[in-house]
Design a protein around this ligand. Structure first.
Ligand SMILES: C[S@@+](CC[C@H](N)C(=O)[O-])C[C@H]1O[C@@H](n2cnc3c(N)ncnc32)[C@H](O)[C@@H]1O
Length: 280
């Protein structure tokens, strides 16, 4: 049985913002008919069979209730790759691409095989974006969450990067047995203050709380990662961490106290201080 409503009328009747409705409809068309996104225009008089129609209505309802689009369609683009994502991992953000850029620049500077540590890898975003660009990158990616590591491992297989990325489970450096091994340490840790009202708004309501906040004022994980860098970096090795827009002063202080040098603040495309880097 097919539902006697064209794509054009379903999209026209939707209460979602038009761009969101089109993304969800494109997902339905790909999933049930293996059709490209362009079919929304080229076949706008097509009707959906009952299973596809039920799927569309379910996606529409969930999005109206606030569920993130990336979870509804199960994927998110990041740097030059596409990652599978689900409620067990943070949805990678565009500002985190800054850490990828900093890592790639350092590999180019070193001009050799580079040992990289990605702490709190989530979907594998930072590790896999770098490995995809740079065959000289050898990456150890950690997370405390087993669910996140399963999704990251699946993304690694799909992107055919298993020879460059290995995963370890555990809390920050406790996941490692080595010392002084890494040329680069990168991390986008949970840094939101547990009292920040944004945790109760938008996509954040649906993301794992342990990926967002340190359950304190936001600096606990950054502190642990910055202090451990002195033990785990090679001499002159580089650490770069993402932080909240108002945390760069505190992160610079942590880096100075840890004994790191060449401390630099980097801004994201929105003009916010977003990453601090430093050398051992
Ligand atoms: C902000 S998310 C970043 C995910 C990914 N790197 C990205 O940028 O999209 C922080 C990640 O740190 C992980 N995490 C939280 N506490 C941790 C801990 N104590 N040790 C290791 N990873 C932890 C979370 O599970 C989550 O995947």
């Amino acid at each position: 049985m097919s539902v006697d409503l064209s794509l054009r009328s379903l999209l026209g009747a939707s209460l979602l913002p038009p761009n969101e409705a089109r993304i969800l409809m494109a997902h339905v068309l790909e999933h049930h008919y293996q059709l490209p996104r362009s079919a929304i225009l080229s076949r706008d008089d097509m009707t959906l069979h009952s299973e596809a129609f039920a799927h569309w209505k379910e996606l529409e309802r969930k999005r109206m209730a606030g569920e993130p689009i990336a979870y509804l369609i199960g994927k998110r683009s990041f740097y030059n790759i596409e990652l599978s994502v689900g409620p067990g991992v943070l949805i990678p953000r565009p500002e985190t691409e800054l850490l990828v850029e900093i890592g790639l620049q350092e590999i180019t500077r070193l001009e050799r095989q580079t040992q990289i540590l990605d702490l709190g890898t989530g979907s594998g975003a930072i590790a896999l974006a770098i490995a995809h660009e740079e065959p000289r990158a050898q990456i150890t990616a950690t997370d405390e969450s087993k669910e996140a590591l399963e999704i990251a491992a699946m993304n690694t297989r799909h992107l055919d990067l298993i020879s460059q990325v290995q995963f370890k489970q555990g809390s920050w450096y406790a996941a490692l047995k080595t010392r002084g091994l890494f040329d680069i340490i990168l991390s986008n840790p949970p840094y939101i203050d547990s009292k920040d009202p944004h945790l109760n708004q938008g996509d954040l309501r649906f993301e794992p709380i342990s990926a967002l906040t340190d359950h304190a004022q936001g600096l606990t994980c950054l502190n642990e990662i910055i202090y451990g860098a002195m033990t785990h970096l090679k001499p002159n090795g580089l650490i770069a961490v993402e932080h909240g827009f108002d945390q760069s002063g505190a992160v610079v202080s942590l880096m100075k106290t840890a004994g790191l040098h060449d401390i630099q603040i980097h801004q994201d495309l929105g003009g916010h201080n977003r990453v601090v880097s430093a050398r051992k």
